[in-house]
Design a protein around this ligand. Structure first.
Ligand code: ARG
Length: 247
């Protein structure tokens, strides 16, 4: 009898230990969601010290807070993001990414969380390019794999230089190595503010919608859409945009 009682006691002790440990572990760590991005795209994602900040980083954080996940941001080349998502290395991609039919063939997109335009950056003085038609025969810098790249790739006589970072395309422009850069409007403003002697042409080149991409059929897409809807309705998204862009 004594033996049985002590066995039961030992068993109970072991159980409570295990339970205690898992309960501790469980409450300490939330499940992680990995966001694939390219963090050289101010104001959507960029480094402040070692931390990635920006509109996308904050919206992603707000979504993860709502859904009870811990956000982990994985920085990579822009043209690796979709593969990271389709291969399951990342849970979602968010990078000022434009919804396109071609991308929809490999990933699902959430509802759009903001609109943007593609614009043309040129030298302030003696620019060869003064409107979209002038791009036909120009040397154009773009970020590899972006919609800017896709649009200008249709121009037969243009010479396209593709860079891993938008900043490198802008550097080539300031050095006179290309005549123009085609890139998203808000990052373009940031680049023009940071570099002397370049400007944005008045007429935008194309209108776009930004959204978050997820693996095809992902159960998260609907949850993300619900979270986005709430964040739109309660003014959080407007607040985040205003913080980085102004009204
Ligand atoms: N909106 C463009 C696209 O989807 C450019 C996005 C580039 N984003 C970035 N984080 N570098 O192709």
């Amino acid at each position: 009898m004594k033996k049985i009682i002590s066995l039961v006691l030992v068993a109970l002790l072991a159980c409570s230990c295990v339970l205690g440990l898992t309960a501790c572990g469980g409450s300490a760590e939330k499940k992680e969601l990995h966001m694939a991005t390219n963090a050289f795209f101010e104001p959507y994602e960029y480094y402040e010290g070692k931390e990635v900040v920006g509109i996308d980083a904050e919206i992603a954080q707000a979504i993860c807070d709502k859904l009870g996940y811990e956000l982990v941001i994985d920085d990579m080349d822009f043209d690796s993001i979709i593969t990271a998502v389709t291969s399951g290395k990342a849970d979602f991609g968010m990078a000022g990414m434009t919804v396109t039919d071609e991308r929809k063939e490999s990933v699902d997109f959430t509802d759009s969380y903001t609109t943007a335009t593609q614009v043309i950056i040129v030298p302030e003085k003696d620019s060869k390019v003064n409107n979209a038609d002038d791009l036909e025969k120009a040397a154009i810098g773009v970020q590899l794999g972006t919609t800017g790249d896709i649009y200008v790739s249709d121009l037969k006589d243009a010479k396209i230089e593709r860079f891993n970072k938008g900043a490198d395309a802008v550097l080539a422009l300031t050095q006179g190595k290309v005549d123009a850069v085609v890139i998203d409007s808000e990052p373009a403003k940031a680049f023009v503010n940071q570099n002397e002697g370049i400007k944005i042409l008045d007429d935008p080149f194309a209108d776009e919608d930004y959204a978050i991409c997820l693996a095809k059929g992902s159960e998260l897409t609907e949850k993300f859409n619900e979270a986005l809807k709430e964040l739109k309705e309660d003014g959080t998204i407007d607040k985040i945009n205003a913080k980085y862009i102004g009204d």
